[in-house]
Design a protein. Structure first.
Length: 229
């Protein structure tokens, strides 16, 4: 590997945004206990309120740790991703919520459109959960180097797989890189689970992919947000 690519480092001692598929309890599970179907919305709000109130209790903290941190390190076989060739895990987060939206919407759209006949559904929804995860690590910094190394943000992952193999073999905790989906965003790519801690659940959002307009609406944020896919 080119040594110039690895001659910078950055200390991260901050919370990183983690945007994952939601595995929250399904509010429909309460349907048989209710007299009015409209009460399902109240149940959903109640779940959210309870989560907020007891987020520091051990049992919920354990769930958050598994969902927001541990999952990619324990899922075997590992997925092929930008910095992993599938033989080792890499955890992905971003420095801002906006960057996580750009990243996850892109990948969700690619996955959904690969399913035969899915466009006939018109609108497809995907639920997500947002977390803050604390990261304390000295990371290899390749931000801005995509100008000299354009394959850092390419859709062809062969070059970044080589970088990932180098980082894994060298025992480095991870990489700070430019987001391929948000030109002003930064991603945190972690190879060592031990540098991540204290996951805090933020809130749920829903992606609504409209195949007629090719627009995805993001529900659950303070303001209406939409992207093209």
């Amino acid at each position: 590997m080119d040594e110039n690519l690895f001659n910078s480092s950055k200390k991260i001692n901050d919370y990183v945004k983690r945007n994952i598929t939601s595995i929250a309890p399904n509010k429909e599970a309460f349907a048989s206990l209710l007299d009015d179907a409209d009460d399902l919305d109240l149940i959903h709000l109640t779940i959210q309120k309870v989560r907020s109130d007891i987020s520091r209790k051990k049992e919920l903290s354990d769930f958050y740790y598994t969902a927001a941190i541990e999952y990619p390190f324990k899922t075997v076989p590992f997925m092929q991703t930008r910095f992993s060739d599938g033989r080792y895990p890499v955890w992905y987060g971003s420095m801002t919520l906006e960057t996580t939206l750009h990243e996850t919407i892109y990948h969700a759209a690619r996955y959904i459109t690969s399913i035969a006949g899915i466009a006939e559904e018109g609108v497809v929804c995907r639920k997500r959960a947002l977390y803050d995860v604390f990261c304390d690590a000295l990371l290899i910094d390749v931000v801005s180097k995509e100008k000299d190394y354009p394959d850092l943000v390419s859709n062809d992952y062969r070059y970044t797989h080589e970088i990932g193999q180098y980082v894994k073999k060298g025992g480095y905790p991870g990489i700070v890189s430019r987001s391929a989906r948000d030109s002003s965003g930064k991603n945190i790519n972690i190879f060592k689970q031990s540098v991540l801690s204290n996951p805090n659940y933020l809130f749920d959002i829903t992606y609504r992919f409209d195949f007629n307009t090719r627009i995805v609406l993001v529900d659950g944020l303070k303001t209406d947000t939409e992207f093209r896919f």
